[in-house]
Ligand binder design. Structure first.
Ligand SMILES: Nc1ncnc2c1ncn2[C@@H]1O[C@H](COP(=O)(O)OP(=O)(O)O)[C@@H](O)[C@H]1O
Ligand SMILES: [Mg+2]
Length: 295
């Protein structure tokens, strides 16, 4: 995708109906009953199946009775105003909330039919199966090669150096970075541009054969060209993985995802096919958000 295409796309927007913007305070809206998501939360043969997921940070009830399936070979976009619980929900999926002392997660989260909170579940293994890419690219302070080789090494995925080289090469290729770095694999990962660093982080994630890739606003620190490259990459990667992305850009959600989930103040308000959500939202809160009245 070239920049021009991105600009045209941004301008065309997706049913943003600016004329319907109003400035009345949002608090006059009726509260939402928890756990009453509009739209079909299920998919056939899901990789993830989440039901009644509540997360508390101490006393704060951050997400309420969230239920949703995540499909294989699809991109699920999670959208909603800042603070509505998108990152909190994403972090449930590979138990990253375990690292936050005040966080308490309740409910059922099944990965390929198995409870990720089962006592027998190895969390390191889980995070290899469910990889995560963050908002700010965070390569290790190591070489480009070592950034990608690290995971396969600790998980014992390569028998020898030749196999490790193959994994590193293949992962960088699939992340669309190989041509740019093949002659400087020994350079620090941090010497790359922001967009390259994010693709390096994606290569690092896919090097351990994940089943799901979680992305939390992966493009918000990137320029439009680097963003377009990551978006194109997501379309390729979903052929092999399930992807769940949090994005604050509705244009991005519309471009990259097949299914969209709209969160509001800790509630999962509506889930549906992306085209349907953006053209014919069923819940008023979803409509207000995508038409720019709130957010
Ligand atoms: N580590 C934390 N400790 C306490 N509260 C948190 C923490 N992380 C998030 N929250 C709160 O939980 C709610 C949801 O936050 P978050 O999941 O980050 O929302 P989003 O990603 O949609 O912006 C917010 O009210 C936020 O302040
Ligand atoms: Mg967030």
């Amino acid at each position: 995708m070239n920049t021009e295409a991105v600009q045209v796309d941004e301008r065309a927007g997706i049913n943003l109906k600016p004329s319907s913007r109003q400035s009345e305070p949002y608090s006059i809206q009726a509260p939402v009953e928890s756990g009453k998501t509009v739209g079909d939360i299920t998919v056939p043969d899901p990789i993830f199946s989440c039901r009644n997921v509540d997360v508390y940070y101490g006393e704060k009830h951050a997400i309420k009775k969230v239920g949703i399936d995540i499909a294989k070979n699809q991109v699920l976009a999670m959208i909603g105003p800042s603070g509505c619980g998108k990152s909190t929900f994403l972090r449930c999926l590979n138990r990253m909330n375990d690292t936050i002392p005040s966080a308490r997660v309740e409910g059922s989260i099944m990965l390929d039919g198995k409870d990720i909170h089962d006592k027998k579940q190895d969390v390191v293994q889980l995070r290899a199966r469910v990889g995560m890419v963050f908002q700010k690219p965070n390569p290790f302070p190591k070489s480009i090669y070592e950034n990608v080789a690290y995971g396969p090494r600790i998980h014992g995925l390569a028998g020898d150096r030749v196999e490790l080289d193959e994994i590193v090469h293949g992962s960088l290729q699939r992340a669309g970075l190989w041509e740019e770095v093949k002659d400087r694999l020994d350079h620090p990962g941090t010497s790359l541009s922001g967009g390259q660093q994010q693709r390096l982080c994606i290569a690092r994630t896919i090097a351990v054969n994940p089943e799901v890739i979680l992305m939390d606003e992966p493009c918000s620190a990137l320029d439009p060209i680097a963003t377009a490259r990551i978006e194109d990459l997501m379309e390729e990667l979903r052929q092999s993985y399930a992807i769940a992305i949090v994005t604050h850009s509705m244009q991005q959600a519309a471009r990259v995802s097949q299914r969209t989930a709209y969160f509001h103040l800790g509630d999962l308000i509506e889930v549906g096919e992306t085209d349907r959500i953006f053209t014919n939202p069923r819940h008023k809160l979803t409509e207000d958000y995508i038409t720019g009245r709130f957010g």
